[in-house]
Design a binder for this molecule. Structure first.
Ligand code: FES
Length: 142
């Protein structure tokens, strides 16, 4: 038998073997790093955001093939989205775009959702004016 046995489909294998958007972004506007308590894997996503839209995204993942494929696909999917759209991003989208993951590997895609949201939160923390406008109290006159 010459073929390597794998539980992953060809799309997952492609994103694992040829990951897109790997690395860091110089002068990133938001960076999020999360870890999976169950397996110890770590994922970091960096974002470049312009005009309220994700212009570029990169990842660094220390983890399994499914985690690497999930970060690769997630960074592909979120480019061009607004902050609000990206805040609603879910791991389900990654799983569907990858054509499915083995049930025991679904949590790896959750890591991509969490890393993205952590990066967006970091961006909002650095740019509070980008968050949803909050009504300011009227100035009190003396
Ligand atoms: S097994 Fe830990 S992220 Fe995949």
């Amino acid at each position: 038998m010459s073929d390597t046995y794998t539980l992953y489909n060809s799309t997952v294998m492609d994103h694992f073997m040829n990951p897109r958007n790997m690395g860091d972004l110089k002068d990133a506007d938001g960076v999020g790093e999360v870890g999976a308590a169950a397996c110890g894997d770590i994922m970091k996503i960096s974002l470049k955001i312009k005009g309220g839209r994700i212009e570029d995204a990169r990842f660094k993942t220390f983890g399994c093939g499914s985690a690497i494929a999930s970060s690769s696909m997630a960074t592909e999917l979120i480019k061009g989205r607004t902050i609000e759209e990206a805040m609603n991003f879910s791991n389900q989208e990654v799983v569907e775009a990858l054509g499915g993951l083995p049930p025991v590997k679904i949590h790896c895609s959750v890591l991509a959702e969490e890393a993205l949201k952590a990066a967006l939160e970091d961006y909002v923390k650095r740019n509070p004016e980008s968050a949803a406008p909050v009504a300011k109290p009227e100035p009190v006159s003396a």
